[in-house]
Each structure stands twice: as C-alpha cells, then as structure tokens.
Ligand binder design. Structure first.
Ligand SMILES: *Cc1c(COP(=O)(O)O)cnc(C)c1O
Length: 327
C-alpha cells in the first residue's frame, strides 16, 4: 500500500464501535443504566480515539503527498504507538519525538520497543525543549534534527501535534458523538489533550451532555478544549464540562484505590481496563453516580477509549509511580 492510494477501509475498522449495557449495582442502585461504548475494539493496532483522531490526518497527509509522519509523546504514549502502527500498515515512515533525553541511554520500555518494532525512528529531546515545542523556532529545530538522515525530504514530512489533537482530529471525533445520539443522557470520557472530548461534545445531539476526566493535573484543559473547538468548528459546541478530581496524581500516576477500582471493574465486567486513561474515567463516572450527580432514570455511557498497552497494564507497570514528584 502506498500513501497516495490510502484505503483505510481495507484495515477493516469496527465502526460504529459496539455499544452495550452492563449490570453494575453502583449505577442500578441509583436508577441509572450504564452503557460501555467499546471504542477499544475499533482496530487492534489503532484502538479507540486514536483511530478517530488519526483517520482524517492520515487522509490529509496522503492527499498532500506526504511520505512520513512525525509526532510527539511521552515514554508510554498510546498516540506514538498508534502512529507507528499506522505507518507500518499504510506505508508511511514514522518519527516519534519522545520527551526525556535521559531515556536514550536506557533500554526501551515495552511501549517504545513496540514503536521501534513498527519501524518508528525515535528522537529523544530534553524536557525543557519538549515543553517549548509549540514555539515555532523550537519546533523547527526539533523537526530538523529529528528528520536528519530520514530517506524522506522535510517537505514530505507530516507533523502532528502531541496526542494527535488538531482540528482534523477533533472533527474525526464528532463521529463518536453521532454514534451515541439517542442512546445516552450523559457520556463520560478520559481526557489527555481533550481533542476527543472536543469532538465528542460537538457530535452529540442537543440535550445530551459530556463530562471529561482529565488525567493530568493542572486545570488548564478547559481553555485548550475551547481553543480546539474554535479551530475545528468555529466556536463552542455541545454541552460539556470537566471534573478535575480523578487524575490520581497526574499522568501515568495512580493510587492504590484507583488500582483496586480498575481490577474490580475488570472482574465485574470482563474487559481489560487501560490504566493511564480509561481507569480514571470509569472511576470518575462511578463516583459521580454514587454521589447522585445524575438524575434517576438517566442512561450513562462510558467511552472505553483504548486498550492496555504492550506491558499488559496499559501503563508504566512496575515503574509506575504513585508519589507526586516531578511529572
Ligand atoms: C490518547 C488517549 C486518551 C486521550 O485522548 P485526548 O483526545 O488526548 O484527550 C484517552 N484514552 C486513551 C485510552 C488514550 O489512548
């Protein structure tokens, strides 16, 4: 397959993704119905919101004649893995700019090893530079260094932002909202960059609302989601809000209570619970149900945005930290 003739249907995505009710007494006790929206089943290598966000970007890259994809992520980034897999399946070269130059000297973790096995070239940058990558001059320098020696000229390299969240990605995620029309009163979703929530909210029908659970600390996300909606749709869309209480200490961090919640949810409902994002959203939604946040009679849908990663736990596994030192 070549990028010029991009046939994403040949990858056989499972769309619309399955939607099913599960029996959970923490919801039924409150007169609520719980649905699971199984975006994790969309594609084995490009699961969940990663498919929805990448699809329009891959089409745009092919349209522009681009031959390589370059993007950004942390050491456990689901987006880096999905981009690497997309490159392998569709014939793009891929470059991953990874936060943390100290990682270059260490054995690759299972997530980055999977990226490399899929043909991705990794370029490690120090955290200070990584943080400044939205400044045009910093971005230019990082991209130039990252593509040095790549058998694709710079003008044929398609640059995607961290997490893949740009206007096209948000537009791609409106399909998630449309698939849920008429099915739920409230939809809960985990948020990293917020691109998925931005599109989901825009795709829902009037009267439906979305609640996002940021996995990062900081309280900066609402502004970024508004900016994404402005860029993607020309203004605010849909009824959405954030609940900032369930990040568990920050990105890739967890607490014993969150781990216990996720293991228990897996036992109850027989699905693997990805720990970086999905566990936090399910924990948030369940807590809101128990707090009486939803009127009895409501149907609540939880978006299962992804699957556990190659280390089996969907996260840093044994290296996962639960202290609150530097991110
Ligand atoms: C990337 C990811 C998210 C976050 O999506 P955003 O659009 O960045 O908010 C949520 N869940 C899973 C499983 C992911 O891999």
């Amino acid at each position: 397959m070549t990028p010029e003739a991009l046939d994403l249907a040949a990858l056989r995505p499972r769309l619309p993704s399955p939607l099913g009710a599960v029996e959970d007494e923490r919801f039924t006790r409150r007169g609520l119905r719980l649905l699971l929206k199984r975006d994790d089943l969309i594609h084995p290598d490009l699961p969940g919101n990663k498919w929805r966000k990448l699809e329009p970007n891959l089409l745009a890259a092919a349209e522009a004649g681009h031959r390589a994809l370059l993007t950004f992520g942390g050491a456990y980034s689901n987006h880096l893995r999905a981009t690497a897999a997309a490159g392998r399946l569709l014939g793009f070269a891929t470059v991953g700019v990874v936060r943390g130059d100290e990682l270059a000297a260490r054995p690759l973790n299972p997530s980055l090893a999977r990226c490399v096995a899929d043909g991705m070239r990794l370029h490690f940058v120090d955290r200070a530079t990584y943080r400044r990558k939205s400044e045009p001059s910093v971005l230019r320098a990082v991209v130039t260094a990252a593509v040095d020696g790549l058998p694709v000229p710079r003008e044929r390299v398609h640059v995607l932002p961290e997490g893949g969240s740009n206007s096209l990605a948000a537009q791609g995620c409106t399909a998630l909202g449309r698939e849920l029309r008429g099915a739920a009163d409230v939809v809960g979703v985990a948020c990293g960059t917020g691109g998925t929530l931005a599109g989901l909210a825009a795709g829902l029908a009037p009267g439906q609302r979305a609640v996002g659970f940021p996995v990062l600390r900081g309280g900066f996300l609402a502004g970024e989601i508004r900016a994404l909606q402005l860029a993607a749709f020309g203004g605010p869309r849909g009824d959405w809000r954030l609940d900032e209480r369930f990040h568990g200490g920050g990105y890739a961090r967890t607490t014993p209570a969150l781990d216990a919640f996720a293991a228990d949810f897996e036992d109850r409902h027989g699905l693997p619970v990805e720990r970086l994002y999905v566990a936090k959203a399910l924990h948030g939604l369940t807590t809101l149900a128990e707090e009486g946040a939803f009127p009895p009679g409501s149907t609540v849908a939880a978006v299962i945005t992804g699957r556990p990663g190659p280390d089996g736990a969907g996260g840093p596994g044994g290296e996962r930290q639960s202290d609150s030192s530097s991110r």
